[in-house]
Design a protein around this ligand. Structure first.
Ligand code: MN
Length: 696
């Protein structure tokens, strides 16, 4: 394990300005916080963050990254808090540590809930700061190096599989080939122990037989190229056991048939030389058709550039060759971050400079897009990833809310949503989700989608489901109302109304069926007199006028509140009996009752949330609506008539705008309950005088 002074010296070597005291403090902090915790190896736990920090110094990363590496497990695994980290090491380190901690959620997820591809995207999207991802990759690499200490074979398998499926591809994605290869090798050894042993043994054998063959071939290549006046560097190596294995698996061949177990790298002065060198090699040795790839003119997504080819050496041995410039090589090895540096040009102070630039650019939002374009992460920037409490992962468009999330999980869950907890706290349903949020949807048995949700959902799935449900529900409610009204109307007639009379009336009115009749009555498209006339022609001649205003006595009781607790209906959303409601208990203020989708709930996140419902006999409350009338004589009268017919007392009426051809009114009505208010809204919408009517 690196000692404290060794680590600090390593950082000082490439960054003389590093804050020695702060680095020392971080070292001591992690030692103290992890205390007597132990690794599976029996080493003290803090050896792990120290080694991870060491890996980060090899990449010459800045001091914030080194400190983050030292602290990366303190918030997750010890009593330390992010606030404490921020207090001691500043906001930047706190943000980075928080980022790494969030990435660790992945490890806690049950395996069958994670699609590897989704996880890779999640990790990328989470790593808004590349340093978070680098620390996470180093963390995983060190855990793989010490994997053999873990006793439970299932756990070793799980970690190895995860590394193979998620972290190695991710390292490749950002161009960290060294990390990728080592992770693959270690995971392979764990996952396929027999194959690993066989291949390692065979390689050993070959090495003993033709010792020095790698060097001999490298020399031959170098000679051939210098005869063509090409000044190059040639290096050779045996290929990784894992890549040999993969080749065997992909091509269904045995070890003997995988003959290109050696790979050579040729570094040239410039691009032209790369192509010339390849020409020379192809003339000198026979090349293997189908193996040539030009990643110079068409770089890989992560910026990797090189020529690849395979040759038949002395008619018996197939060797792989990579040709690139020195600049390309550096870019390839350091990956995504160095790709940026390459654009920036050489810097005298080594790697620290490019990293600082990179971070500054990430921080300055207007340049972030440019950076993302370089790093090819842009495709993930319009998406966020949110978790179910059990660890299920759902990709959603940016701006998605808990309602979108609920519908993404299951249509049925979306339909029954009544509330949501985000990261354990009750939040309004319209809250936009952030990457990595854990969303718990609170279900109500008989709850239904609300029309108002259309104002904030962003996914097509949620939108379509809400529309459909609201339409069906509205129609059903209105028809049900119509049925009750119909019975009342029928009772006022001198004769008993049977099926036959009803059918005749439907025909007389030119309606489709009974449901259409009830809907028309409920929506006040037909008034009582028209219905009576249709049922018994001539029956309305001697009928008295409309009844008087009813007595509007208010009886409000709320279930869920202890007896005697003071409450009041919120002024912002004016809940009426029938609305789904929630109570906010603020210190010293009693309980404020809001509708469940009230905008003001956002300001109540620190209050106590109470799950409330209306008492059975509650009725009478103020309903507020906005009605847009056509701007022509008689429309106001028409609206007033609808209120009167529906026995709703107008408490206030205000013209808010008049933009020909419309005039907009805001109305306060005394209504019995939600059904009453809905009925009035439906009647207004059915009227020719009204362009639009909605509750506010
Ligand atoms: Mn760790």
């Amino acid at each position: 394990m690196l000692r404290q002074y060794e680590l600090v010296e390593k950082v000082k070597e490439y960054d003389p300005d590093a804050d020695e005291a702060l680095l020392n403090r971080a070292y001591v902090y992690t030692v103290q916080k992890h205390g007597s915790q132990k690794r599976a190896s029996g080493d003290p736990y803090f050896s792990h963050p120290v080694e991870v920090a060491g890996l980060m110094t090899d990449l010459k990363l800045d001091q914030e990254t080194i400190i983050t590496a030292l602290l990366h497990d303190t918030v997750e695994d010890t009593l330390a808090t992010i606030e404490d980290v921020e207090h001691n090491f500043g906001p930047e380190v706190a943000r980075l540590v928080d980022g790494v901690t969030k990435l660790s959620k992945i490890d806690a997820m049950p395996e069958d809930e994670r699609a590897a591809e989704n996880l890779r995207k999640f990790l990328l999207a989470m790593s808004e700061d590349i340093r978070v991802l680098l620390v996470k990759l180093a963390d995983r690499l060190h855990n793989m190096r010490t994997l053999h200490f873990i006793k439970k074979p299932e756990k070793r398998q799980r970690i190895a599989r995860e590394t193979m499926e998620i972290y190695a591809p991710l390292a490749e994605r950002v161009g960290m080939y060294e990390y990728m290869r080592e992770m693959q090798a270690l995971a392979f050894e764990q996952l396929e122990p027999e194959a690993y042993a066989t291949i390692t043994g065979r390689l050993e054998q070959i090495r003993n037989q033709d010792g020095g063959q790698v060097d001999a071939i490298a020399l031959a290549i170098k000679q051939a190229l210098s005869e063509a006046d090409l000044n190059v560097e040639v290096s050779g190596r045996e290929k990784q056991t894992y890549s040999i294995w993969r080749k065997m698996a992909e091509r269904h061949v045995s070890f003997d048939q995988v003959s290109d177990i050696m790979a050579f790298r040729i570094l040239c002065e410039d691009e032209i030389d790369c192509y010339r060198a390849m020409g020379v090699l192809h003339k000198t040795w026979q090349f293997i058709p189908g193996r040539f790839k030009d990643y110079i003119s068409t770089p890989k997504n992560n910026g990797y550039r090189s020529l690849h080819t395979a040759l038949m050496y002395e008619n018996s041995m197939r060797v792989e060759v990579q040709i690139r410039t020195r600049e390309m090589h550096r870019t390839n090895e350091f990956g995504l971050a160095a790709h940026w540096a390459y654009k920036q040009g050489e810097r005298p102070d080594g790697q620290v400079g490019w990293l600082r630039d990179l971070i500054e650019i990430v921080d300055a939002s207007h340049d972030a897009e440019e950076l993302l374009e370089h790093t090819r992460m842009a495709i993930y920037q319009d998406r966020i990833f949110a978790f179910t409490p059990k660890g299920g992962l759902f990709p959603l468009p940016k701006g998605a809310t808990p309602v979108d999330f609920a519908f993404a999980v299951h249509t049925d869950l979306g339909a029954h949503t009544v509330g949501a907890k985000i990261n354990g706290r009750h939040m309004p349903l319209r809250t936009p989700l952030n990457n990595g949020d854990v969303v718990e949807i609170i279900k109500g048995g008989d709850a239904q989608p609300q029309l108002s949700w259309l104002g904030f959902v962003v996914t097509g799935k949620a939108r379509a489901a809400i529309r459909r449900s609201v339409r069906l529900k509205e129609r059903a409610e209105v028809a049900e109302l119509g049925t009750k009204l119909f019975d009342e109307i029928a009772a006022r007639l001198p004769t008993r109304i049977g099926k036959k009379a009803t059918r005749a009336a439907i025909k007389r009115l030119g309606l489709e069926d009974e449901e259409a009749l009830m809907y028309a009555i409920g929506a006040a498209k037909l008034d009582d007199r028209e219905v009576m006339e249709a049922l018994v022609p001539g029956s309305t001649a001697n009928l008295a006028e409309e009844p008087d205003w009813p007595q509007q006595d208010r009886v409000i009781s709320i279930k869920g509140l202890t007896a005697g607790v003071g409450f009041h209906l919120a002024e912002c959303c004016h809940p009426v009996p029938g609305d789904r409601i929630v109570g906010l208990r603020k210190a010293g203020e009693g309980v404020e009752v809001h509708t469940i989708d009230c905008l003001q709930l956002a300001s109540g996140i620190d209050a106590d949330w109470l799950d409330l419902s209306w008492g059975r006999r509650s009725h009478g409350a103020l309903g507020r609506m906005r009605v847009i009338l056509y701007d022509r004589p008689g429309t106001l009268y028409e609206m007033a008539g609808i209120f009167a017919k529906n026995l709703a007392n107008v408490m206030a009426l205000e013209q808010v705008t008049r933009d020909t051809p419309f005039q907009t009114y805001e109305v306060e009505l005394e209504v019995q309950d939600l059904a009453h208010l809905t009925r009035i809204t439906s009647a207004l919408r059915a009227s020719d005088a009204v362009a639009q009517a909605e509750r506010i």
